[in-house]
Ligand binder design. Sequence first.
Ligand code: COA
Ligand code: AMP
Length: 635
Amino acid sequence: MATRYHEVYGAWQLDPEAFWAEAAREIEWFSPWEKVFTPAAEGFGRWFDGATCNTCYNCVDRHVEAGHGNRAALIYDSPVTGNQKTYSFAEMQNEVSMLAAAMRNRGVEKGDRVIIYMPMVPEAIFAMLASARLGAIHSVVFGGFAANELATRIDDAAPKVIVSASCGIEPGRIVEYKPLLDEAINTAEFKPQTCIILQREAHRCSLTEGRDADYAEVVATARAEGNGTECVAVAATDPLYILYTSGTTGQPKGVVRDNGGHMVALKWTMEHHYGIAPGEVFWAASDVGWVVGHSYICYGPLLHGCATVLYEGKPVGTPDAGAFWRVIQDHKVAALFTAPTAFRAVKKEDPSGALIADYDLSHFRTLFLAGERADPDTIRWAQERLNRPVIDHWWQTETGWAMAGNPVGLGTVPVKLGSPAVPMPGYNIKVLDDDARPVPPGTLGNIVVKLPLPPSCFPTLWNAEARYRSAYFEEFPGYYATSDAGIIDEDGYVFIMSRTDDIINVAGHRLSTGAMEEVIAAHESIAECAVIGVADPLKGQIPVGFYVQNDGTNLGDAALEKELVALVRQQIGPVAAFKTAIKVQRLPKTRSGKILRGTMQKIANSEDWKMPAAIEDPAALDEISKILKARQDSR
Ligand code: COA
Ligand code: AMP
């Protein structure tokens, strides 16, 4: 099919408000907007001001009312427990409505925050939708984060209720959530009134008297009372959720998502970007704790009337590298969305892709990749083995949907390996130099998006409006600074090369090296430290720490490394994948005292590097080169 991309992008450029007003017709509003777009005095603006709506209504009730109550809405597939269960839209409406009633009984009202700290179980989705149903604001915290990270989020979001579970299940180990939850609540200054805890068979936990309620019991009580909940009308501009993401300091950024614009943008993407029809099965193999999980496990597919797959397993090891193909076959998945790292894991275990032939993939049309740079080798491998389009697309927690991609629903543009293709309608993407001047095509620079940002993009950071402005809008006035570096070529294709800040991308997970440095620096034996991202064939990047030991502390290198690794795991979580801490005599710094992390990273990645002119002591970089070379030689 010839692509309509240029025509549609052109239509958006010509009249963005008309474009989004048209897209908004796909949403059921309780009352219409007064203005499609209201520029704010500060220049950021709001979408669909004056309208009222409810996101849960559009994801669930609307489909039931339209006669699709019996259609599959949520397909839970859990190789780690051996369970599978499909919920129809009508069943989901009942589950969500009853949980919402239980939450309301515990005081949750419009605008209140609800933290969701859950593994990949249907109840996590029900909790998100129940919160949306009440007009409350949810904040899902990824299960791989430690108690300390949860505590930070509790203090910032001040939730009335936390919904959690007794445990998560990682291959080979049970992750007990309750001790983490208790520790987080003890650490946090803010105390939630109630925790609703889902007891899982794999491990049941004791409930804290006066605070905890059993999920199954509260839902059963609500059901017995027969009082469901109606969808509460909220303003389109009211927050739907807060999703914390790594920033340049230990304090995560609470990205806020509104209700109206978010629905309009996500609904548009399902047909036009992903090329999916209502009633089909969409699978985002991510986690509800990440933005991909929010947008494409929960909201996008449900808004579009699709069935969404919730997969509690891994690409490999549950039980093997054929897991993805098995799920695609069993549930007739039309499109799979995951991170390249998952495919690298599959490729490592099954290099020839032999397991693919064991399954019927006849319903499967397209593979979508995002979350980190999709290396051409992985894309080629997937294209050849699957014999289907493999679509890379680029986005961030801040936007909630792809800024650049290859729109299957509009007809794809030719693929250029290594590029997530072209800007999506809504995004006028530019590359600027450090002085905010546009660079010629093909030149590396700072990737920015011209304001205003389209629907679904974050209107603020929770409790941090000043940080919102300074982190994203000050460096390049009139633009949103993505903190990604890259190029746009002469054909308008975007290439994302690296981050310009201290964020690294580990197995598709966004992590702050600054936050890891804060944890390491707090150890009594550490004088100073630096953490950098080093290229890894499976995870894309892994963090490696360098530290200078305090004089007078006599812990051996191996013992200290073990303590530092344990500390990062305990403070940030296993997801940080921090396994290496290397002792050095001194850290390389400029004469003004700035640690030369960029140069260290180049050395570690065996890239070309030059001795920086402003270096304080060149011997520091020589020492790091020698240590890293000795480590590489010893492998
Ligand atoms: N709860 C508790 N612990 C968790 C967790 C969770 N929800 N998710 C991950 N962890 C733990 C893992 O068990 C692992 O612990 P370990 O150090 O004891 O082994 C650690 O966090 C690191 O996890 P991960 O980075 O996921 O590595 P892995 O080796 O377990 O798996 C992949 C590697 C590639 C298979 C896996 O990262 C994956 O499937 N990625 C898919 C991509 C994805 O989800 N991207 C998100 C954005 S799209
Ligand atoms: P997150 O907010 O967790 O989704 O992470 C966003 C970051 O992941 C971006 O700023 C990029 O650095 C990286 N990223 C996401 N998708 C891609 C992609 N398709 N190609 C390259 N980098 C990507």
